[in-house]
Design a protein around this ligand. Structure first.
Ligand code: ADP
Ligand code: MG
Length: 322
């Protein structure tokens, strides 16, 4: 791998969870309806993501691993109108710079392409039997960057990070069936039937999903839909608030504060609700080009959106006559 590839990789790929995030986002961008993630040793030894999406045409497979190669945007104008989760064209190149990668991909049910990239070196591509979609296997993450390997925390911590990111992605995409398996043990399974509350049941458990109230609100610019927990069901931190803008999971302090404000005095001090709010906005109102890994976006009309979030939550809770 070239030095610049390895430097770029440090920006995007920090730990196994970053690899999982990038591969799953690619699968979502490829319109997959089924995404199966298998990991070994919390992803440090192996990560496999299989999807039934569009696949990559045989003459495009190598290109997909080159830095800045994206099929998703073409112009500066597109950059302000991003409709996909990926757009930088950096993830696959970065992963291939710091791990051993194998891809099998096919755009139809006839045959596909298999390609291995080891230490950034492309092996000869092969034509293989394959079904439509893409399977990417990433082995021995950071094997060639020992310093970065040292920053890997305990497997338990890494596994938690993987589970957390898959949870969020699955909650944000209830129409996609997800499985996450660690060493043959299934950790997450969602049906993909589109029901967000059911996806929440698959992730947080049935009991938790039963104590939710549906929220919604809309104005000229934004639509909000989702679920928030009854005040009797809270958590000790705000990690269970999932905010998505156009399917992209974000961190946004102002919006999560607005979410809490929707509870008025119904929350006990130091307790936080749990839930999922999906925000739909015109892509032009959302600048996603802030930082490759930070879950931040710049929102036009953020104040207006915050007020709408508060309204969605407070109206939902008021409707219960608590
Ligand atoms: P980006 O997602 O920012 O475009 P990536 O490096 O993540 O960049 O992927 C590079 C390209 O490879 C994508 O633009 C897409 O064309 C292709 N690609 C990657 N993963 C998949 C997949 N699972 N299914 C179909 N195409 C894929
Ligand atoms: Mg991508």
């Amino acid at each position: 791998p070239t030095l610049s590839n390895q430097i770029a990789a440090g920006e995007v790929i920090e730990r196994p969870a970053s690899v999982v995030k990038e591969l799953v986002e690619n699968a979502l961008d490829a319109n997959a309806s089924q995404i199966d993630i298998q990991i070994k040793d919390a992803g440090v030894t192996q990560i496999t993501v299989a999807d039934n999406g569009t696949g990559i045409a045989s003459d495009q497979v190598e290109l997909a691993f080159l830095p800045h190669a994206t099929s998703k945007i073409n112009s500066t104008q597109d950059l302000f109108n991003v409709k996909t989760l990926g757009f930088r064209g950096e993830a696959l190149a970065s992963i291939a710079a710091v791990a051993k990668v194998r891809i099998i991909t096919s755009i139809d049910a006839k045959s596909g392409t298999q390609l291995e990239i080891i230490g950034g070196e492309f092996q000869a591509p092969m034509t293989v039997a394959a079904t439509k979609g893409t399977i990417i296997t990433v082995e021995d993450l950071f094997y060639n960057t020992p310093v970065r390997l040292k920053y890997i925390k305990t497997l338990n911590t890494e596994l938690k990070q993987v589970v957390d990111i898959v949870n969020r992605l699955a909650l944000g995409h209830a129409k996609v069936a997800f499985t996450l398996t660690n060493e043959k043990k299934t950790l997450i399974r969602t049906s993909g039937n589109g029901d967000v509350q059911q996806a929440m049941a698959g992730i947080y458990g049935r009991k938790t999903a039963a104590d939710l109230v549906a929220c919604q609100a809309q104005d000229a610019d934004f639509t909000i839909k989702g679920y928030t927990s009854l005040p009797k069901q809270t958590r000790a931190n705000r990690n269970y608030l999932s905010l998505l803008v156009n399917g992209r999971y974000i961190n946004n302090y102002q919006l999560s504060q607005a979410w809490l404000a929707g509870y008025g005095s119904k929350l006990m001090v130091g307790r936080y609700p749990l839930g999922v709010l999906q925000i739909t906005a015109a892509p032009l109102l959302v600048d996603v080009n802030v930082h490759p890994t930070k879950r931040e976006v710049r929102l036009s009309k953020e104040q207006q959106l915050a007020a709408l979030v508060e309204q969605a939550v407070s109206q939902a809770l008021e409707s219960l006559n608590l």
